[in-house]
Design a protein around this ligand. Structure first.
Ligand code: IPM
Ligand code: SF4
Length: 471
């Protein structure tokens, strides 16, 4: 019998029951909760007269709806829906005995930044949240994915989830990453190669020497966009980087418990003889800094390439998709990426708002200024903890001196659910993960890039190849 993949091991360790039809019940170690996808779940519990099965297994915070300018209480939130959702989460977590990192708590932040940072997510766990980018946590060798609101209720009530086993896929990136090439470029390149349906029905394990060379934060950036590659879950096996990241986190085990846990975590790697249903191999040397030009994350090119010509596309559906994207984006095939001017820049989101992202942006910006033609540059730390750390390092000053705005933690301009949004027709260099039509505001035009590339675009007023910048 072939060995087990990491995903097989995580699945087997949590399997409660299995039916003939392939459906199964798995145990959930951790549920993370935010204000948008939880109100009906709590309402369902209330109507059924149920309590959470294990209230301590859930942790909540507010992120999607919060303004990123300072505010003292929910009453200060202007938008009514947002105000109600934030207040409702406060009320629900109090009523059901769930910990919430709310307004003014330094631990508050984007769910997928807060949870690993607090050690609420540990290797080997099953982790769910009513949010598709829960895949981020897979960087810690977890089985982590998004669920729907009715499932949020089910997990609250039973601590289990009805699930079907996915197929195994391995994306192996070997070799050394070139200068200026970051985790974000790696994942955008992968999506450019396999497409947004490439991982459909699979759990992806990201492996290979280039993935190993990434920090844990970088691995989170890669796993974050698994969903953009069509997969619900992405993961990276345990190694020293994983263990070092977890050690000392507030909710990580201590003493003898730590030793036991570490010994188990070290087993969370795919066996040498494990078989994958789908394998993709990528040479790290082929990856250059990436910029998305269209309205799907697979519409991406290297910064030194020309925008692709739909006429050269054989697949008719793809060709018309490209044509429509060009129209929406107000761009022409064949132009250079550096010909794309940007109106706003957004450095943030669960893809790229951790400390190393802010450091990378600050390094580019230091001693430089925002271009006059750029209306606004938002720098939005992923959590209060990231914000504090960045301020200790003086990164906020570098951004402010450059004419950037230094904001409070939240999802911000990643999606148009709070005051931070694009105006119709505006182009945005954004470190987020989705470039769908209207994603950052009605008519807004998103270009997905790494933090360093976003910072460089803010300074130049158009995209530039960060490999050409003088140190
Ligand atoms: C609001 C939420 C359900 C949604 C998601 O599931 O991903 C959001 O976080 C997003 O990024 O589009
Ligand atoms: S930062 Fe963006 S992608 Fe991440 S959870 Fe918030 S809205 Fe979703």
């Amino acid at each position: 019998m072939a060995g087990k993949t990491l995903y097989d091991k995580l699945w087997d360790a949590h399997l409660v029951a299995e039916r003939e039809d392939g459906s199964a019940l798995i145990y959930i170690d951790r549920q993370i909760i935010h204000e948008v996808t939880s109100p009906q779940a709590f309402e369902g519990l209330r109507l059924a007269g149920r309590k959470p099965w294990r209230a301590g297994a859930s942790v909540a915070t507010i992120d999607h709806n919060v303004p990123t300018t300072p505010f003292d209480s929910a009453a200060d939130i202007e938008d009514e829906t947002s105000r109600i959702q934030v207040t409702t989460l406060q009320d629900n977590t109090r009523e059901f005995g769930i910990t919430e990192y709310g307004i003014g708590d330094v631990r508050q932040g984007i769910v997928h930044v807060m949870a690993p940072e607090q050690g609420a997510v540990l290797p080997g766990m099953t982790v769910v949240c009513g949010d598709s980018h829960t895949s981020t946590n897979g960087a810690l060798a977890c089985l982590a994915h998004g669920i729907g609101t009715s499932e949020v209720e089910h997990v609250l009530a039973t601590q289990t989830l009805v699930a079907s086993k996915m197929k195994n896929m391995r994306v192996q990136v070997d070799g050394e990453l070139g200068p200026g090439v970051t985790a974000k470029d790696v994942v955008l390149h992968i999506i450019g190669v396999i497409g947004t349906a490439g991982g459909t029905g699979h759990a992806i394990e990201f492996a290979g020497s280039a993935i190993r060379s990434l920090s844990l934060e970088g691995r989170m950036t890669v796993c974050n966009m698994s969903i953009e590659a069509g997969a619900r879950a992405g993961m990276v096996a345990v190694d020293d980087t994983t263990i070092d990241y977890v050690r000392g986190r507030p909710a990580a085990p201590k003493g003898a418990d730590w030793d036991k846990a570490e010994a188990y975590w070290r087993t969370l790697v795919s066996d040498d003889d494990a078989e994958f249903d789908t394998e993709v191999k990528i040479d790290a040397a082929d990856i250059r800094p990436q910029v998305s030009w269209g309205t799907s994350p697979e519409m991406v090119v290297a910064v030194d390439a020309l925008l692709p010509d739909p006429a050269a596309e054989q697949d008719e559906v793809k060709r018309s998709g490209m044509q429509r994207a060009y129209e929406y984006m107000g761009l022409e095939p064949g132009i250079k990426v550096s010909d794309i001017r940007v109106d706003r820049v957004f450095i943030g989101s669960c893809t790229n708002s951790r400390i190393e992202d802010l450091r990378a942006a600050a390094e580019v910006v230091k001693g430089r200024k925002k271009a006059d033609s750029v209306k606004q540059v938002l720098v939005v730390p992923g959590s209060g903890v990231v914000k504090q750390q960045a301020e200790q390092e003086g990164l906020d000053k570098i951004f402010l001196e450059a004419g950037f705005e230094w904001r409070q933690p939240g999802c911000s301009m990643c999606l148009a659910m709070n005051p931070d949004r694009l105006q119709p027709g505006e182009h945005c260099a954004s470190t987020s993960n989705r470039n769908f039509e209207g994603r950052q505001g009605n008519g807004g035009r998103t270009h997905l890039v790494s933090p360093a590339m976003a910072a460089a675009a803010a300074v130049a007023g158009h995209f530039v190849d960060i490999r050409d910048l003088d140190a």
